[in-house]
Unconditional design. Structure first.
Lengths: 352, 569
């Protein structure tokens, strides 16, 4: 039996190394591993062997199987590399005029929404401000009144950067968990009064399913001036949702808790499908929570070098996917980033 | 927190639950689930430690529904241990900063039995399983008062002597769930002179568990440092009803009330309190917070009257001292003490939130923004991105957004050197372990996905951040733009270039005359660097067949990638 196996190994090794095309290799593969391939049928003969013989033949068989598989793959790669050499003969002329068909392009739904947000809040004088996606634990949490081990950290499962390479201790550099990291950058870089907004990706340590993503888009508005109130917060909420969801949209505030705003408000919109009667989309509540906001906590203003005795602030934020999913009836959050072009085009067409 | 409706009814004068169910989310906290038996409060990340006790919930419900609680605050003079001469339980606390209050009561003469139907019902309505009468007392009291308790079988505690200390390196304990847990020096341990008998606030030890023949227990009521406890429970993956309450914060008053209530329940079961030790200061700190009517109204944007604010806060059991009218201009200033169970109220803004809740957030009117918009700040980056995207869409490209990570497929197929990429130290899986330093490989992956579904013509682009594109670069992230064309042809680059020619010309981007390159991921000939006034800004070319083969993409792919930082528009 050992001789037989060795015979197969030797003869096929020769065949493999002398083959010149993928076709030949495919045939070799089939005659070894196919339904009636030599290595497929041979184990049937093992039953006649003694226990001692089996101990030798079993491992040998497995080894030969692996060797031949590898030999075929290596040869495939070799043939490919030969082909790749021929690429040197191919050329390019950038000046050739080519006929090409007219394609229909499409913005990503998140970009369309981002543009809408920029336009709507732009009407009120809010301007975009860029903030880093990799930020410090300090800017993302501590400055926002969320010290280490604060129970509220449960709200943000965080992805940390392996940061010792950048002279930062591990656990101190992270992928921002919300656009609220922009608050400190905005306060430190802009002159008062401030009307700024930040839009972009945020990250969470979250397993993927239809309702959970580790990457999604957030929007945050930072408004700091003298004498701001919750009534202005109500105004901003109405202003945005009436323009984005329709003039008949009603908006209400509810108590909520985020450590960086006080008072805190959750923002509900009257369900755009049932108009408050209760339906599947709003879970029979009549209202859907679409954003979170509040009056910027005095500690946060202080951390930004702003005197809370003189200035008050409003922070207002939301997740873009969540609102798009409600508005466009999308039931799987993963669709936004998995590159499914049919989905992206479909959502775009529908919104036109 | 699952609030049993029938239990709540024992604590508050309520006609029904319609109002409670409607008002809780509007005045207090979101509800996760409401059934005919219970209301589950959405406590995730919330700061209302008081709502982890039925008494706290009762006070809150009474305030928002304008009803009364049926219970009185227990009198300290009526605590079961008052005027009794009791022995002490041998107990020693080694680190008082980590354990500000530690109490142990010894209760003898107990008999382990099934609990009464009444108790079982209360527990079940709160989502807690009945174990036996001894354990159930600790859970019932925890649910009502918010103070976790733990009963040790006194017979299994060496010398009936307890030492609270930090764990030693390599120390181990088998917890109630039968699992052996390895401890770190930061963990707070409950021990006897020989061994660990519990992880403070997280879980008791299996060895000292109350069992069928237990007659004497050592009942522990304590406050442990929430930070230390949170670290321990998260590391061990042991979050329990008890640990949650520890790290939300406890009060000494409720602790003593709970110890008293539990001991009385054990006496009803036939037990006797025979020894008690209380270690630590039993007084809660009292907060005095100034509040003015003026600030209240200006932050809410309403005009509440003096009496309205007072009324709201009194309903919530805040005590108010009006400041001396002679020293304040209007007399509309107070010094306010929150009730001891409201640990979340610390500053004036917290008090204003209380007033706003009671007034009803939904009653706050909408007011136009005061002041005028500030001066323009630079919007060049965003306007540029907007224009680039519009222009590519006009030229027939579809925008995609992909993850900021390189998938394992990309890492393997492109043979990237991982040590040049930024690494996530706690990835969800290997798919989120390395951050992308280019955009175009993700476009290749998108093409692969869509081509597999039979799509034969794919023109896509992405604008987004890449991370640490160059080793010597200080900044960790940069904006890039990438585009790709797969048109089922053996040479898509001329078409791709024609599509982008105007786009590149508008940006003043030109092809480098030098055709030589060493890039293994690109076709040896069909590749050019892109230049902006002589400096490199990106590249355009056909992806090397070696790479497309590895993805299993049958036809050639042309890509372009440029750095946006260097563009100035």
């Amino acid at each position: 039996m050992e001789d037989k196996l060795d015979g197969i190994l030797q003869s096929y090794k020769t065949k493999i190394s002398s083959s010149l095309s993928f076709n030949e290799l495919d045939e070799i593969f089939l005659s070894l591993f196919g339904k009636n391939g030599e290595l497929t049928i041979i184990p049937k003969e093992f039953s006649s062997l003694s226990v001692e013989e089996k101990k030798v033949v079993g491992p040998l068989f497995n080894q030969i199987k692996q060797d031949l598989e590898k030999a075929i793959n290596d040869k495939r790669q070799e043939i490919r590399e030969e082909e790749y050499k021929k690429l040197d003969q191919e050329t390019i002329d950038f000046n050739t005029q080519v006929e090409f068909k007219k394609r229909k392009g499409q913005l990503h739904p998140l970009t369309e929404f981002e543009n809408e947000i920029t336009r709507i809040f732009g009407e009120l004088g809010f301007q975009r401000f860029d903030a880093p996606l990799i930020d410090t634990d300090y800017n993302n949490f501590e400055v926002l009144n969320i010290p280490e081990d604060h129970p509220a950290r449960d709200l943000w499962d965080t992805l940390y950067i392996d940061s010792t390479k950048y002279s930062v201790p591990n656990g101190k550099l992270l992928l921002r968990t919300h656009t609220s990291n922009s608050q400190i950058h905005i306060m430190k870089n802009l002159e008062l009064p401030i009307r700024a907004m930040n839009i972009g990706s945020v990250f969470r340590h979250e397993n993927l399913d239809a309702r959970h993503e580790h990457t999604f888009s957030h929007f945050e508005l930072v408004y700091i001036d003298k004498g701001l109130s919750m009534a202005n917060l109500q105004f901003l909420s109405e202003y945005f949702f009436k323009r984005y969801l329709g003039e008949d949209t009603e908006v209400r505030l509810r108590p909520k808790y985020y450590p960086f705003v006080e008072p805190t408000a959750g923002i509900d919109a009257l369900c755009i499908f049932c108009k408050g009667k209760g339906c599947k989309v709003c879970g029979d509540l009549g209202w859907i929570e679409l954003a979170g906001a509040g009056m910027i906590h005095p500690n946060v203003l202080k951390n930004g070098g702003i005197d809370p005795e003189v200035y008050t602030g409003i922070a207002w934020g939301t997740g873009l996917e969540r609102i798009l999913m409600v508005k466009k009836g999308i039931n799987d959050v993963r669709l936004f980033r998995n590159g499914d072009i049919n989905f992206l085009k479909g959502v775009g067409d529908e919104s036109k | 927190m699952k609030v049993s409706k029938s239990w709540l009814k024992d604590l508050v004068e309520l006609d029904g639950f319609e109002n409670v169910e409607r008002l809780l989310p509007m005045r207090t906290i979101g509800t996760k689930e409401v059934t005919s038996d219970f209301i589950e409060l959405d406590m995730k990340g919330y700061n209302r430690a008081d709502l982890l006790s039925l008494r706290g919930v009762a006070y809150e419900v009474a305030a928002i529904t304008d009803s009364k609680v049926k219970f009185g605050e227990p009198k300290e003079s009526e605590y079961i241990w008052v005027e009794k001469s009791l022995d002490g339980v041998k107990a020693q606390v080694q680190d008082e900063d980590l354990v500000p209050l530690y109490c142990v009561a010894k209760i003898e003469g107990l008999k382990v039995q099934a609990s009464s139907q009444d108790w079982v019902k209360k527990l079940e309505g709160s989502g807690v399983r009945s174990v036996n009468n001894i354990a159930d007392v600790t859970n019932l009291v925890m649910l009502e008062y918010g103070q976790p308790l733990h009963a040790f079988d006194a017979g299994k505690v060496q010398d009936e002597s307890i030492i609270v200390r930090r764990a030693k390196k390599g120390e181990k304990i088998t917890t109630l769930d039968g699992k052996e847990r390895e401890l770190l020096e930061d963990d707070i341990l409950i021990t006897d002179p020989k061994k660990a008998i519990g992880i403070a606030g997280v879980m008791g030890g299996k060895d000292s568990e109350v069992v069928e023949d237990t007659q004497t227990i050592l009942l522990e009521a304590a406050i442990f440092d929430p930070k230390s406890l949170r670290k321990t429970s998260q590391r061990l993956g042991l979050t329990s009803e008890a640990s949650k309450r520890f790290y939300h914060g406890l009060t000494k008053k409720r602790l003593l009330q709970a110890l008293d209530a539990a001991t009385k329940m054990y006496e009803q079961l036939g037990g006797r309190l025979t020894a008690l030790t209380i270690k630590g200061d039993t007084e809660d700190s009292i907060r005095k917070i100034p509040l003015t009517l003026n600030k209240t109204n200006s932050l809410m944007g309403v005009s509440l009257a003096h009496n309205q604010v007072e009324g709201y806060l009194r309903k919530l059991n805040f005590s108010l001292d009006a400041l001396d009218p002679d020293t304040t201009a209007s007399g509309d200033s107070w010094i306010i003490s929150p009730p001891y169970w409201r640990l979340d109220v610390e500053i004036e803004e917290d008090l204003i939130e209380e007033a706003a809740r009671m007034y009803g957030y939904e009653n706050i009117p909408s007011k136009e923004l005061p002041g005028s918009p500030p001066e323009k700040i630079g919007q060049t980056l965003f306007e540029m991105i907007y224009n680039l995207k519009s222009s590519l869409v006009d030229n027939g490209f579809t925008e995609v957004q992909t993850y900021s990570f390189f998938s394992t497929k990309i890492l393997n197929n492109m043979d990237y050197k991982k040590d040049e990429l930024i690494k996530v130290s706690n990835p969800i899986s290997s798919e989120t372990e390395y951050l992308r330093n280019h955009l175009w490989p993700n476009l290749l992956e998108v093409i692969d996905k869509n081509a597999r579904q039979g799509m034969e013509d794919i023109a896509i682009f992405e604008v987004g951040k890449v991370f640490k594109p160059k080793e010597n670069d200080k900044s960790l992230e940069k904006y890039k733009l990438a585009a790709a064309l797969y048109d089922n042809s053996p040479n898509p680059l001329p078409t791709f270039y024609q599509l982008l020619k105007n786009f590149l010309e508008t940006l003043n981007i030109t092809l480098d005359d030098n055709t030589e390159h060493q890039k293994t991921h690109f076709h040896p000939k069909r590749f050019r660097r892109l230049l902006l006034s002589g400096t490199k800004i990106g590249k355009i070319g056909e992806v090397h067949k070696r790479a497309t083969d590895k993805f299993g993409i049958a036809k050639r792919v042309a890509i372009l990638e440029i750095s946006l930082e260097k563009l100035n528009l």
